[in-house]
Design a protein around this ligand. Structure first.
Ligand code: SAM
Length: 305
């Protein structure tokens, strides 16, 4: 089914996580892969708009892209106010193809957004306010507060080494816009002024605070350059099949068991299969019958992990 048709049937704010690998418009053998660039970007804006509508407040949206159009697609996202780029991840696939006598193209981009509508503060005032409230609450240093917030912990870098992740000092420096999840944690620990509370969260008490993706599991890979996994070698008959390990990582860090995940461009069903093994619920669309046959066969398999 065409995802634009399919997503029309979904309610606003009904999806916890979107993970998708759309056509990159580089001439592969499937729909929407060989359009004039303008037409391709207009089409992208339509489905991005639908994705943002159906994504719940606090939910994450990951999109894989090639170097050919990533910049233009990022510019489309700039038009939407309630979505914010959290990381621009480089996935080093390690099997680059060398065209045009240049360097081998061996990486892809993963844009990671969250829908959180963070208010924009005067950061200098915000920093002063946090310092005052921190001292009032008895946290002698910003590091103690950050540790309490869970912002100081051991993490693994993608080259295998371990390091401490720490954001100590960010808030009081007047240089960093807090994320919605940081505001929620700060509010739990300090008596924050009303203007620093997050309406999108506090007006909708039923929202799961775990969705606000800062305190997600950083202990797998904390960097935004991913050296693993390599490209998928166990092919199922789709020309651009993504490695299951790549999608499992994303699903694990940005959703919980029982959450609802959407992939509008299923291909061979990598997102769906990863969701099945991680006990997430799933909705997806795929326009091409040849690939839906692969998906049904794949989903009938037992998960091994
Ligand atoms: C890059 S592939 C996804 C590959 C997938 N991640 C995997 O691991 O197999 C994009 C898929 O989107 C499908 N597609 C293209 N236009 C579509 C549309 N309007 N609605 C739904 N699916 C579409 C294509 O048929 C293709 O299978």
């Amino acid at each position: 089914m065409d995802c634009l048709e399919g997503m029309k049937q979904l309610e606003d704010n009904s999806i916890d996580l979107i993970l998708t690998d759309p056509p990159y418009n580089i001439g592969k053998d499937f729909e929407n892969e060989d359009l004039p660039k303008e037409e391709y970007l207009i089409w992208c804006e339509k489905w991005i708009n639908e994705c943002i509508r159906v994504l719940d407040v606090g939910g994450a949206f990951y999109i894989t892209l090639g170097w050919q159009c990533v910049a233009e697609i990022k510019v489309i996202f700039n038009k939407f106010q309630d979505i914010r780029l959290k990381n621009w991840i480089i996935w080093y696939r390690q099997d680059g193809w060398k065209g045009d006598n240049g360097f081998a193209h061996s990486h892809e981009h993963i844009l990671y957004f969250i829908k959180d509508g963070v208010p924009i503060f005067d950061l200098i005032d915000f920093g002063k306010h946090i310092k005052e409230k921190r001292l009032e609450a008895g946290y002698k240093t910003i590091s103690v507060l950050m540790e309490k917030m869970g912002c100081y912990k051991k993490v693994k870098r993608s080259n295998g080494t371990e390091d401490y992740f720490s954001g100590a000092g960010w808030f009081e420096s007047g240089k960093k816009q807090p994320s919605v999840s940081e505001l929620i944690r700060l509010k739990e620990l300090l008596d924050l002024d009303k203007k620093y509370q997050v309406e999108s969260y506090f007006k909708k008490k039923e929202i799961d605070p775990k969705k606000f993706n800062v305190f997600f599991n950083k202990t797998d890979v904390c960097d935004d350059v991913w050296l693993t996994p390599k490209s998928e070698h166990k092919r199922l008959g789709h020309p651009t099949q993504k490695p299951e390990a790549l999608f499992r990582r994303i699903i694990k860090v940005s959703s919980n068991e029982g959450n609802l995940v959407l992939d509008p461009f299923m291909g061979s069903g990598t997102t769906a299969f990863a969701c099945k093994s991680l006990k997430r619920n799933f909705i997806g669309f795929e326009i091409n019958k040849k690939f839906t046959d692969i998906i049904y066969k794949r989903m009938a398999q037992e998960v091994l992990i």
